[in-house]
Design a binder for this molecule. Structure first.
Ligand code: ZN
Length: 414
């Protein structure tokens, strides 16, 4: 999850506010709050344990197994789908709809990354400790609190550890879930827990498109074949052009060239050169315009190649391949989940701000379903680096926030 622009928070309707106050007064909700406060040391153990289980994109199985065992221990009805998404169902009524709580299993760290964690005072350190070990722990903590306090939701609840949120995962876990029975229809609302924090919520899904751009040529010897077009030079020209494209500040639109490679040796004209570009915007329209500019810049660089290398069986070619496509979307201001969250924040004395980000919520939001992404409590930093940290101070405030929001969405039997 990556945060972007803050904008003003919505105001909760009075009746929702009263409902939150009533829920928070209930005896078993109090018991759940107490559990969330008292179990902090256990949550830290879980968090370090799960952060040390590798979960690179397309390699989430072991971490999924950790979650499966945790949810099993809570007597939930646990299943794992063909992609590795883990589901723990708290079913009350076979006919009722489902409210989902999700946390992604995957990290950005490739296989072989040292995943050691450490602890000093309230601060945990280690790759993925916040994004998203904190989210997984928050989800299990809330499920555990509900079971222990015998909270009986009116709607059914499913806790989901999903694969494929980060990078090349391209939201594959969520896409699968929302395109395949039974969850595609059963799940009306999704509360996504991603990373640390208590004071933000994501209602606007940042759209992104990612491309791999490749130039190819016959290549050759640097001396004897001099004159054969050089793919590295062509790629560099295309990227230099693209880097000068003007993007609007509002709706915020950005681009990045994150990876570049090509060539074999200093005295060879390379046969190919490749770069990866990440285009983002809050607006699908701006995203489309930016993609067109990228295609133009690449095409322009190619069209400067001498005709002899382009005509007929073109010896110099380029390809632009899509390697990621995340829809931009926005939660309506009057959405129930937003009303509820704002009322919960008001009740807990949290001053929250809305943010724009690319998260698992992009998928349900783009389908017109209600979804919001919030943090797992505590504080964190250094996401997607080896210096990542999570500060556990007041984590329980974030956990109460998740629990109250969920209970208000499901309703509870008294
Ligand atoms: Zn994340």
């Amino acid at each position: 999850m990556s945060s972007r622009i803050p904008f003003t928070s919505a105001r909760p309707a009075g009746s929702v506010q009263a409902e939150i106050a009533r829920l928070a007064e209930m005896r078993n909700v109090h018991a759940a709050f107490l559990y969330l406060h008292n179990q902090e040391m256990e949550f830290r153990r879980w968090q370090r344990e799960v952060a040390e289980i590798a979960a690179p994109p397309f390699g989430e199985t072991a971490r999924g197994e950790w979650l499966r065992q945790r949810l099993n221990a809570l007597n939930l009805d646990v299943t794992v789908d063909e992609l590795g998404n883990v589901f723990g169902v708290l079913r009350q009524d076979p006919g009722a709809s489902f409210i989902g709580v999700s946390a992604h299993l995957d990290t950005v760290f490739p296989h072989g990354t040292r995943l050691e964690t450490s602890e000093e005072g309230n601060r945990l350190r280690g790759p993925g400790i916040s994004d998203n070990a904190a989210g997984l722990v928050a989800m299990v903590a809330v499920a555990s609190a509900m079971q222990r306090a015998q909270l009986r939701p009116v709607a059914n609840v499913v806790f989901i550890g999903n694969v494929g949120e980060e990078g090349e995962g391209n939201l594959r876990g969520m896409r699968h879930l929302f395109s395949t029975p039974p969850w595609k229809d059963a799940l009306s609302t999704l509360l996504v827990i991603d990373g640390a924090g208590t004071d933000t919520y994501v209602t606007q899904a940042l759209g992104s498109r990612r491309f791999e751009i490749t130039f190819r040529s016959p290549g050759g010897h640097s001396w004897s074949d001099f004159g054969i077009p050089n793919p590295i030079v062509l790629l560099a020209r295309a990227l230099a052009r693209f880097s000068e494209v003007a993007v609007p500040e509002s709706p915020r639109t950005t681009f990045n060239i994150g990876v570049i490679h090509g060539g074999t040796s200093v005295n060879s004209i390379p046969a190919s050169a490749t770069a990866r570009a990440d285009l983002r915007s809050a607006s699908m329209e701006e995203l489309q315009i930016l993609e067109e500019r990228l295609r133009e810049c690449v095409n322009e660089a190619w069209s400067e190649v001498p005709l002899a290398f382009r005509a007929g069986e073109a010896k110099v070619r380029f390809a632009i391949e899509s390697i990621g496509d995340r829809p931009a979307a926005e939660l309506p201001k009057n959405a129930r989940i937003l009303q509820v969250l704002c009322a919960v924040d008001a009740h807990l004395g949290i001053r929250s701000i809305a943010r724009l980000a690319s998260t698992d919520a992009n998928v349900p939001l783009s389908l017109g379903k209600e979804a919001i992404t919030i943090g797992a409590g505590g504080d964190g930093g250094g996401a997607h680096t080896l210096r990542e940290w999570f500060d556990c101070t007041n984590r329980d405030l974030g956990l109460k926030r998740i629990l109250l929001t969920l209970l208000a969405l499901t309703g509870i039997h008294e």
